[in-house]
Write a protein that binds this ligand. Structure first.
Ligand code: ATP
Ligand code: MG
Length: 329
């Protein structure tokens, strides 16, 4: 069987806005290997969630349009499926943990019923077996007093508990692929590491593949096998985890790593990347990062560099590596 559970090719998603049409995801391509974790990082607004939602077939609800590309899940293009077919895949073979647990949980349904409903719809598990499985899922995500939790509503739970419930819901049908969109951002550090540990354990137990979205490189470091760095809708670097930290190439990746709180030294000024991510409606020609880049040259303002392999499994979108070959730097 093919080693890749997911192959995304040239995915392009746009939104209509007052200024015209903007591309939130621009020709994004990547593969995810079976049983592995791909981390997706980038600052706010870089297109991480819209990439995930495009894969799940959910951008239409946000007035987005997938203009181009393929999303091959076990070789089948999800973008060719009709509503009924994609619904079968969603929640069953692919699950997503959303960025906002409170918004994603149904406020008027008890926790037990929310998880039970998924098992009923996707696996036709009903009655006593349904309740048994719901309790098992709650225990699996580290929820104690599970009988009691069955009967509470989301607003009665803390953020950390809601996130655990979201994970239980996402895992109820033992999906082959889990898309976790900032699953720990809203949590305090202790709960955050418990949730990360939980996702790692469950991944191994069920041989699940995971797409893990975060803006926190520290979190990526703990979970990912491979990392994709996004900037303003484009992939700017893709590499195995050790290469990203030991041998980052794109000036944006380097900036993200240098601005990690762990890298701050007492008495030295805080390092951060100057400027901010451009508004999609204001994106001009050339490299999207050129306005913020310490290494910018004239060509960067005119042409957009291509994503280029610089070593096995390590791709980068930056002219610096062309200059290196030409001996200009
Ligand atoms: N419904 C929409 N209409 C117009 N633009 C949108 C819409 N939804 C998202 N966008 C734009 O698409 C871009 C990518 O958004 P996305 O939510 O994927 O960012 P993100 O990387 O997930 O950021 P964050 O870290 O804040 O979650 C942003 O510029 C955002 O403003
Ligand atoms: Mg997001």
């Amino acid at each position: 069987m093919d080693d890749n559970i997911l192959e995304v090719k040239n995915l392009t998603t746009s939104f209509k806005v007052d200024e015209g049409k903007v591309k939130a995801v621009d020709k994004v391509s990547f593969d995810l290997k079976r049983g592995k974790v791909l981390g997706i990082v980038g600052e706010s607004g870089c297109g991480k969630s819209i990439t995930a939602m495009s894969i799940m077939g959910l951008v239409g609800a946000k007035n987005g349009l997938i203009e181009n590309g393929q999303v091959l899940f076990e070789g089948k293009n999800l973008l060719d499926l009709n509503g009924l077919e994609i619904n079968k895949v969603r929640g069953n073979e692919i699950s997503m943990i959303f960025q906002e647990p409170m918004i994603s949980l149904n406020p008027v349904l008890k926790i037990g019923d929310q998880i039970g409903e998924i098992l009923k719809v996707h696996k036709n598990i009903i009655g006593a077996e349904n309740k048994k499985r719901v309790l098992e899922m709650l225990r699996l995500v580290g929820i104690k007093r599970e009988e009691e939790i069955l009967n509470v509503y989301p607003h009665q739970l803390s953020g950390g508990m809601c996130q655990r419930v979201m994970i239980a819901m996402a895992l109820a049908c033992t999906p082959k692929l889990l898309i976790a969109d900032e699953p720990t951002t809203a949590l305090d550090v202790t709960v955050q590491s418990q949730v990360l540990e939980l996702i790692n354990d469950i991944k191994d137990k069920f041989e699940m593949s995971v797409m893990f979205i975060t803006h926190d490189l520290g979190v990526i470091c703990e979970v990912a096998d491979e990392v994709m760095v996004m900037y303003a809708g484009s992939v700017v670097e893709k590499a195995p985890i050790e290469d990203i930290f030991d041998n980052p190439k794109h000036p944006y990746t380097i900036g993200l790593i240098n601005s990690r709180p762990e890298n701050f030294k007492k008495g030295e000024p805080l390092k951060c990347i100057n400027g901010k991510v451009p508004k999609l409606s204001e994106i001009s020609e050339g490299c999207l990062f050129s306005d913020r880049c310490d290494y910018v040259k004239d060509i960067c303002k005119i042409n957009k560099p291509k994503l280029k392999a610089i070593s096995e499994g390590h791709d980068v979108r930056c002219f610096r590596y062309d200059w290196k070959e030409e001996g200009k730097i």
